[in-house]
Design a protein around this ligand. Structure first.
Ligand code: ADP
Ligand code: MG
Length: 380
């Protein structure tokens, strides 16, 4: 057991932890030096993290006194966990293969009884599958574009799907399988692209109406009882949630005009061919409210926990349609959408990361609820 450190006593009560923890950051790392294994798509592993991101994440966690280690989320993970014996894992692992890779690490940690941050197995599994996700949202009245899943490429196209259509892998992220050929204008192009996605990515192709309007992404942080565990209770609204300022992604002049593709996403902010990032987005308050409401409902309907980022695009009438939710949003400072949103309102990277840690830890009984309710000290 890690020992309690006396410095605790020097802190104001609302920042006091029971003790400092051994935090293991779990992630899959990009290995640009080694050739990709055979038979994987050209953009395989695009959603993996660079080691520099892990170093920054660890440094952020250490600013509040914790010790950290990094464990690669590969097949040796169960053995490494047994050796390291972390108090809690900070999970950003994308997982390896199968139909719900983002749920693999949470499932393992649940089985081993090790606390971890963020969403649990179901939310991470379902959100990776964009078709299942959209069926749930549609069932509960969230606006989504008309869609159909293709598993062979030969399915008859349903009449409500009118060209142009958009074709993407049902279970990837970071724009994998998304480039200019994702927009298909006729039956031939549709069949060709669907078969390409099914064969290359070894999974169904999700076919949707093409949404020609502006694109936004909205981050959510918190939970009904977030104020009790956060170091920054003032961030959270009465319902316990923080809505980050809306980020607009303007892809019109990017390498892939109108499409926030894998290639566009891989460019640094401000670089040639990168999309424009505008945060807070220049939009009417009414649209802003709608986008934030949809993002929160999208989050809650999937049982997402503590943090997420939801992508929304306007249809030809200018109405928002929810595209997908990221239950493990990227956390690279000055690069990942969520970090840009936090920075736009002056939230420091360290504070963002630590709140994700404490929100997670509180669900595992690792923190006492702070003695503040609604920002005023509780009467003794
Ligand atoms: N139905 C659609 N109409 C227009 N553009 C789309 C549509 N679906 C996805 N896109 C574009 O492709 C990008 C990636 O799709 P998305 O569903 O967010 O998957 P991911 O980010 O997980 O790769 C979006 O950010 C958007 O620019
Ligand atoms: Mg997306």
């Amino acid at each position: 057991m890690p020992e309690t450190i006396n410095r605790e006593e020097e802190k104001p009560p609302h920042q006091r932890l029971k003790r400092y923890w051994k935090v293991a950051v779990l992630a899959n790392i990009k290995d640009d030096d080694h050739p990709k294994p055979e038979g994987v798509p050209p953009d395989a592993f695009a959603d993996f993290d660079h080691i520099e991101t892990i170093d920054l994440l660890r440094a952020a966690l250490e600013t509040d006194g914790h010790s950290t280690t990094f464990i690669q989320a590969d097949r040796d993970l169960p053995f490494a966990l047994r050796e390291v014996q972390p108090d809690i894992c900070f999970n950003i692992a994308e997982g390896l293969g199968g139909d719900a890779r983002e749920a693999q690490v949470p499932a393992l940690l649940e089985m081993l009884g090790i606390p971890y941050t963020g969403s649990r197995v179901l939310a991470n599994g379902i959100s990776l599958d964009k078709t299942l996700t959209k069926r749930i949202w549609r069932d509960r009245g969230l606006p989504v574009a008309p869609f159909q899943e293709f598993t062979t490429g030969e399915e008859p196209l349903r009449p409500e799907l009118k060209f142009p259509l958009f074709v993407k892998p049902a279970r990837e992220g970071t724009g994998m399988g998304v480039d200019m050929n994702a927009i298909v204008k006729n039956e031939n192009e549709l069949r060709e692209r669907a078969v390409y996605i099914i064969n290359t990515y070894q999974q169904p192709a999700l076919v949707e109406t093409f949404l020609p309007g502006r694109e936004f992404t909205v981050g959510i942080l918190g939970r009904a009882d977030a104020k009790l565990y956060s170091r920054h209770p003032d961030w959270y609204e009465k319902d316990g949630f923080h809505r980050f300022p809306v980020l607009e992604l303007d892809s019109t002049r990017s390498v892939t005009p109108w499409v926030y593709s894998q290639e566009a996403k891989s460019k640094d902010v401000g670089a040639d061919g990168a999309p424009g990032y505008f945060c807070p987005a220049d939009i009417e308050p009414e649209l802003e409210k709608k986008l934030k409401n949809f993002a929160l409902r999208a989050h809650q309907l999937l049982y997402t926990l503590d943090v997420s980022r939801t992508d929304i695009r306007l249809d030809e009438e200018g109405n928002p349609r929810v595209m997908e939710i990221n239950t493990l949003p990227g956390l690279t400072p000055d690069y990942s959408d969520l970090c840009l949103q936090a920075a736009a309102e002056g939230i420091r990277y360290e504070d963002l990361v630590l709140d994700i840690l404490y929100l997670g830890a509180s669900r595992w009984g690792m923190l006492e609820p702070r003695e503040y309710v609604n920002d005023t000290p509780k009467k003794k």
